[in-house]
Design a protein around this ligand. Sequence first.
Ligand code: ACM
Ligand code: ZN
Length: 549
Amino acid sequence: MKKILTLGILCLLSLCARAGALDEIVPRPAEAQLLKGSLRVAGISVKCDPALGAGAQAAVSAFATRLGYISGKTCPFSTPPGLADAVASGKTRGILFLQDASLGPEEYGIRVEGGRAVVRTSALNGVLYALETLRQLLPAAIYGDAVAEKERWVLPCCEIRDRPRFAWRGMHLDCARHFWSVEEIKRYLDIMAVYKLNRFHWHLTDDQGWRIEIKSYPLLSQISCWREGTMIGQDFSSNDGIRYGGFYTQEQIRDVVAYAAARGIEVMPEIELPGHMLAAMAAYPELGCTGGPYAAWTKWGVSDEVLCVGKESTFTFLEAVLGEVAELFPGEYIHIGGDECPKTQWEKCPLCQARIRELGLHGDGRFTAEQYLQNYVTKRVQDFLATKGKKIVGWDEILEGELAPGATVMSWRGTAGAKEAAAKGFDAILAPTSHCYFDYLQSEDKASEPLGFNGVVTLEKIYSLDPLEGIPAEQAGHILGLQANLWTEYISTPEHLEYMLLPRMLALSEVQWCRPEHRDPARFLQALREHEFPVLDLLGYHYRKTLNH
Ligand code: ACM
Ligand code: ZN
């Protein structure tokens, strides 16, 4: 009798969905309601409306294969024509993906009831987000590699309608200070996709290394991608003496871009200019005001050596580089840097001064002639990229002087840059050091943390960010969204990189995705403990496991 009772309870449990699953979805959906019952999914048919396209079909098919494998019962996948009619007439069962043109490209709806789960979306990103949500509703084992037949492979009956708050949900990675392999970048993209981020800001060039092959300037991937050693820890007078470098071939770049696109992520490359160009100048010293010699920097910081913008040959170089970059990256934006460009060389350089005179630039008490000269560079590059169908993004220094219409400002020195940009009619993306710099330590207990910048950005701090604070409602549409930046001066291993990223990126994902009324720190922490940490473990990521600060 006892045996039968135990068996009965086990059977009942196996029909129940994961307790609290709906509350543990990160980022939290806009609307989610639990209904009565559950749907068994081991061995279930998975069908995708052919109208959703090849990318969506591939993603849904991969989900079906994985669900079948992990649950121990094959889930047949098909793309039947007339699926929408079959669903409407109630004739078909399974997990059913339908196109619904009334939804935005990042929206989706899921209704699980009556022996089926119907997913409605209009485009690839909606499909991908619905799949991530379905995964989050299943046992965490779905993220692992081991067959887990004994798990409860059921979805709770529920109704979810979801859409992101912000269109720009980014994560940046500095590949110049330390170089990350294509495999490491793909792991970075993988975890971004799990939490519905959709922009990868790829920082490819800086004083300490040039990381992208440019066919018309081959020395960039022969000389500029190397530095003769790296400072040790935070000792600016040191050098470990180890030659360090690496670059991505154009083929690798295309591979990363395609990999990201399949995961709903657009890649925005960053080519820093006119400052942070020392590595390029090491190979092509004529790019500098003094003519060099220059060498890629072995220490961190801001170099006084910047591009000489008095020479036409500098613009020939920039147009060649940006022309190749525009070809490689199909996305809408190219980031042109613009931050931390000291003007000391321009003040001394006869050619830069001649350019200032030729353009009739003058200091006016607010900005110097050299700051206006940087505007000229920004505008020339912006006009060139416009001929390639691209828009520019620049760090908030590009607002100094006169910024030409159409540029997008990335506000890193706090949120003031975003406020000023929006007030002046420019689009803006938030990435303030105060909340979004993931190279800062994760805890006030600095001694317990690995090497990093001395600032602190805790999980709580990110979660508390109100991206629209201080932005008048009529300007809010200019705030495209937000991202976190992961500079890698002090990070040299993939384990350390992932530790700095996680779990902070999960808090970021809720700030990016959720309306303020749906954010709840207690629920979020509970979701991390109960579900997300097991997910990160199964995926093999390194992350900060303690939730206290
Ligand atoms: C920056 O952190 N210099 C944009
Ligand atoms: Zn010059």
